[in-house]
Ligand binder design. Structure first.
Ligand code: FMN
Length: 212
């Protein structure tokens, strides 16, 4: 049987010790992330690594402020409570020694220009864009980053919850690259708990169809 332990070693980690991560280790991890496959080998990713604790905390504050603002638009009390309750899952990076912001550059899928030339409707274009290959590229890099981190004894947590504040975060860090947007983030650090359990998965039979 193939040894797939490295897959099962990765869990979402949300509490970190203060242990510093060297720039060398970070480079090793980003190098592993960039070994991911990408459509047309476009490698439309950019990683911003933040080690300054004050800046990491400030990003958490930006998310808190945006969460508050969004909650204030909701009249429905249950929806309001839900958004506020989930804030803690959108700021779990605040005590991590490292926060990585992963930006995605634009990606024009095959057939896009042809549909435009045809004068296709918004619906047809949206339908073509649905598989989001540009974002899939970033997801592949993210998974590599997470698996590599786990192998090196570091914890990570893939995050998109805080992205309602992606423009504010981008403005705060002052990152500009044409067509790039913040697509995901992850804290990295040494986990406080050694024995983290992942939530259960659906049975394979429920998510698998084999056509023979
Ligand atoms: C696209 C994506 C977005 C996620 N966003 C968040 C998030 O904002 N906050 C959080 O605490 N966890 C987030 N997670 C982690 C999931 O909650 C976690 O992967 C899932 O519960 C399975 O647990 P495991 O990673 O320990 O196996 C995200 C995971 C993915 C793949």
């Amino acid at each position: 049987m193939t040894n797939l332990d490295f897959i099962y070693k990765r869990k979402s980690v949300r509490k970190f010790t203060d242990e510093v991560i060297s720039n060398e280790a970070i480079k090793t991890l980003i190098q592993a992330a960039t070994q991911a496959p990408s459509g047309k080998n476009l490698q439309n990713w950019h990683f911003i690594v933040i080690k300054d604790k004050q800046k990491i905390n400030q990003i958490a504050k930006i998310v808190e402020k945006k969460n508050d603002a969004l909650a204030s638009y909701l009249d429905n009390e249950d929806e309001k409570k839900k958004l506020t309750k989930f804030l803690k899952y959108h700021t779990i990076f605040k005590n991590a020694p490292v926060l990585i912001l992963v930006y995605a550059g634009s990606y024009i899928p095959a057939g896009y220009k042809a549909l435009q030339a045809k004068g296709a409707s918004r619906e047809e274009i949206d339908n073509l864009l649905k598989p989001s290959p540009g974002v899939q590229n970033i997801a592949a890099a993210m998974e590599n980053l997470q698996l590599a981190s786990a192998q090196m004894g570091y914890g990570t947590c893939w995050m998109t919850g805080p992205l309602y504040a992606k423009e504010e975060i981008t403005e705060y860090i002052g990152f500009e690259k044409d067509g790039y947007f913040l697509a995901a983030m992850t804290p990295i650090g040494v986990p406080v708990d050694e024995d983290i359990k992942s939530p259960p998965r659906k049975p394979v039979e429920d998510v698998l169809t084999i056509i023979e």
